[in-house]
Design a protein around this ligand. Structure first.
Ligand code: ATP
Ligand code: MG
Ligand code: MG
Length: 538
C-alpha cells in the first residue's frame, strides 16, 4: 500500500485542496518535544519527508507541543538537529502552540455548534462513563453556559483537574475514541513557546487534526496505534466544516535488543543505566551518531524495510549493522590499532631506523589514496595474535612461525620473554626484507618512530544494552550488565593523530570506529561503531 492509493478515492475536499495548492503534496513530521528522537522516528521521517520529496511536495517539521510539563527547549533543539543530520529539509518549522489562538476560536465555534461542553467529572469518572457508555451529568448544558464556563477555564477560575472541555461525540459509539474525548484541560504550567499566556491547553486529539487541516496537510501519516483515532480525527474536522486531510497509518519500527519509546529511554537515562541521551548504547539518533553511524546507514535501513502495515514486526538489529558496514566500507580510512598489545622487537632491524610504510586509505578504492605509518625496531601486536602452541587453523604468530605484518614484512618469532608468572611480556623476532615466504597469514601491528612509544588511545567496545532480542514488559530485567567494555591503553598508528569528533576509521581486522567527544588533546577516545563481521566478539 502507498499513501497515493488514497488519492483515487479521495474525498472531494482533498481534490479541491490539491487544486488550490497546485496539486502539491504536503506532509508533516510531528514529534512531541518531550525527549530525543530515536531510530523509530527515522522511519517516520523517511516516510513523511520522503513521500513529499518523491512527489515534488513539501514537509513541515511540526512540534506537537501541547503538554508543557513534559516539554522543553533542549528537546526542541535536539530534534531540529537530528532532523537535519538525517538530511531532511523541512519547508518550515512550526509549533502546534503557534495556533493556540486559532484553536481556541475553533473551540468556541465547536461549543456554538453544540459539539463541545465543559465537564467537571474526574479522570476516573470519565473513564468509567466511557467504559459503561453513560453520559456525563454535564453533557446537556446550554451553549451559553458552556461558553461562559470555558471562558472561566481560560481565565484561571478553576483549579487544575476541576474542569475540561469535552467533544460531544457519541457515548454509545463502538469506537471508544468517539466517546467524548477531552479537547482542553487546565494546566498552570509555563510553556516553552507560548510562555504564561495560557492556562488551558488543547489535547492531542483536538489539536492534531485541526493543525493538519490549518497547515493544509494532504497526507497525514502516522503509526498504526492511531488508527483507532482516525474516526474522531475526521469527525472533528467535519463538524467544524474544515478541509480534511487523508490519514494513512503504517507500522512502527521495532528493533531487537533495544527499546524505542521516549518514556523508556528517559527511564534509562534518569535511572543511570546509561550516561546521557547520546550514550552510544541507546537507540536515540544522537546515540547512533555518537557511536559512528552515518545518516546514510540509517536511511538505508528505512529504505530496506520499506513501508508496511503489518504490525509487530521487529527488525533484527543485525540488519541495521549490515547497512552500517555497507556504508562505512567505502568511507572509513584504514588504520591499525592494537587493543591488547604485546611488545615485539625485531632483532635484525637497525636501532635508530624508522621507515614509512604505505597503506591504502580504502583498499577497494585506490583513487582515495594512501597514507603512511611508521615502522621501527619495536612494535606491538594483539595478545590474541600470539600463542605458545600453534595449530593449523590459527592465523597468529607462534614460536618459530612466520607471519606477515600487514603492508610490511614477514617476521618470524625466535624468542619468547615471560615474567615470573609465565605471562608473555615480549617477543623477539627477525624480519625478512624480501618476504620470500608468500604463504603466511597476515596480522595488524602498530609501531612508531624509533625510540618512541606509539600513541595510546582509549577504545570503547559496546554490546547490546539488552541481552535478549525481544524485550517484554519486564524490560529493565533484561539489561546487559556488560554492555560497555573500556580499553584504556590501546595503541594506534599515526593515521588517527589529529582526528576530531565523528571522524571514522576502520581499525584493520577489528571493526569500524569513530572519535568520541570525550577525546582530549592528550588522549583520543574511540567508539566501536560496529564489528567487521556479525557476532564477532560482540
Ligand atoms: P514515543 O512513544 O517514543 O514517545 P511517539 O509516537 O509519542 O513515540 P512522537 O514524538 O509523538 O513520538 O512521534 C512523532 C512521529 O513519529 C509520529 O508520527 C509517530 O507516529 C512517529 N513514530 C514514533 N515512534 C515510531 C516508531 N517506532 N516507528 C515509526 N514511527 C514512529
Ligand atoms: Mg506523540
Ligand atoms: Mg510519546
Amino acid at each position: 500500500p502507498d499513501p497515493s492509493d488514497n488519492i483515487q478515492n479521495t474525498p472531494k475536499l482533498l481534490k479541491d485542496h490539491l487544486e488550490a495548492t497546485g496539486g502539491k503534496i504536503v506532509t508533516r513530521f510531528p514529534p512531541e518535544p518531550n525527549g530525543y528522537l530515536h531510530i523509530g522516528h527515522a522511519k517516520a521521517m523517511h516516510l513523511d519527508f520522503g513521500y513529499a520529496k518523491k512527489n515534488g511536495g513539501k514537509c513541515y517539521l511540526r512540534f506537537d507541543d501541547t503538554n508543557p510539563e513534559k516539554e522543553n527547549q533542549e528537546y526542541i533543539d535536539s530534534i531540529i538537529d537530528s532532523v537535519k543530520w538525517l538530511g531532511h529539509e523541512p519547508c518550515e518549522i512550526t509549533y502546534s502552540s503557534q495556533y493556540f489562538d486559532q484553536l481556541y476560536d475553533l473551540a468556541i465555534e465547536l461549543i456554538k455548534r453544540g459539539f463541545a461542553y465543559v465537564c467537571h467529572q474526574t479522570g476516573p469518572e470519565m473513564s468509567e462513563g466511557r467504559e459503561k457508555m453513560t453520559d456525563s451529568p454535564y453533557r446537556n448544558r446550554s451553549v451559553e453556559e458552556n461558553l461562559s464556563l470555558f471562558d472561566d477555564m481560560r481565565k484561571g477560575k478553576f483549579e487544575e483537574g476541576k474542569a475540561v472541555l469535552r467533544m460531544k461525540g457519541d457515548m454509545k459509539h463502538p469506537n471508544p475514541c468517539m466517546r467524548d474525548l477531552v479537547a482542553y484541560r487546565i494546566k498552570y504550567h509555563h510553556h516553552p513557546v507560548s510562555g504564561d499566556k495560557w492556562c488551558i491547553y488543547p489535547s492531542y486529539d483536538y489539536t492534531h487534526c485541526l493543525v493538519d487541516s490549518i497547515e493544509n496537510i494532504t497526507h497525514s501519516l502516522c503509526t498504526l496505534e492511531f488508527e483507532i483515532r482516525r474516526l474522531s480525527y475526521n469527525w472533528l474536522v467535519d463538524v467544524l466544516g474544515l478541509y480534511r486531510p487523508v490519514v494513512w497509518e503504517y507500522a512502527r519500527l521495532n528493533l531487537t535488543h533495544t527499546v524505542l519509546s521516549k518514556r523508556k529511554i528517559i527511564t534509562l537515562v534518569q535511572k543511570g543505566f546509561v550516561k546521557g541521551w547520546d550514550d552510544p548504547r541507546l537507540s536515540t539518533l544522537n546515540a547512533f551518531r555518537r557511536k559512528g553511524y552515518t545518516p546514510e546507514a540509517i536511511n538505508s535501513l528505512c529504505e530496506t524495510i520499506g513501508v508496511t502495515r503489518t504490525n509487530n514486526t521487529t527488525i533484527p538489529y543485525e540488519l541495521l549493522e549490515l547497512c552500517c558496514r555497507q556504508d562505512l566500507d567505502g568511507k572509513a580510512t584504514r588504520a591499525m590499532v592494537v587493543l591488547d598489545p604485546i611488545k615485539v622487537v625485531i632483532t635484525n632491524y637497525p636501532q635508530d631506523q624508522t621507515e614509512q610504510i604505505t597503506v591504502p586509505n580504502i583498499p577497494a578504492n585506490p583513487a582515495l589514496g594512501t597514507h603512511q605509518v611508521d615502522l621501527s625496531r619495536e612494535l606491538y601486536i594483539e595478545r590474541t595474535d600470539f600463542r605458545m602452541v600453534d595449530s593449523k587453523d590459527y592465523f597468529g604468530l607462534a614460536p618459530n612461525k612466520e607471519i606477515l605484518l600487514k603492508y610490511a614484512y614477514n617476521i618470524k618469532c625466535n624468542e619468547v620473554i615471560t615474567d615470573d608468572k609465565g605471562n608473555v611480556t615480549e617477543l623477539r623476532v627477525t624480519y625478512d626484507k624480501d618476504n620470500s615466504n608468500k604463504k603466511v597469514k597476515t596480522i595488524h601491528w602498530v609501531s612508531s618512530v624509533a625510540g618512541q612509544k606509539p600513541t595510546a588511545v582509549e577504545v570503547r567496545l559496546y554490546d547490546h544494552l539488552f541481552k535478549d532480542s525481544e524485550i517484554g514488559d519486564d524490560w529493565l530485567e533484561h539489561i546487559n550488565p556488560d554492555s560497555l567494555k573500556v580499553i584504556e591503553n590501546a595503541v594506534a598508528d599515526k593515521t588517527v593523530a589529529n582526528s576530531k569528533e565523528y571522524d571514522r576509521f576502520q581499525f584493520e581486522r577489528t571493526g569500524y570506529f569513530c572519535v568520541d567527544k570525550d577525546s582530549t588533546s592528550d588522549k583520543l577516545v574511540f567508539n566501536r561503531t560496529v564489528s567487521l563481521k556479525e557476532n564477532k566478539d560482540k
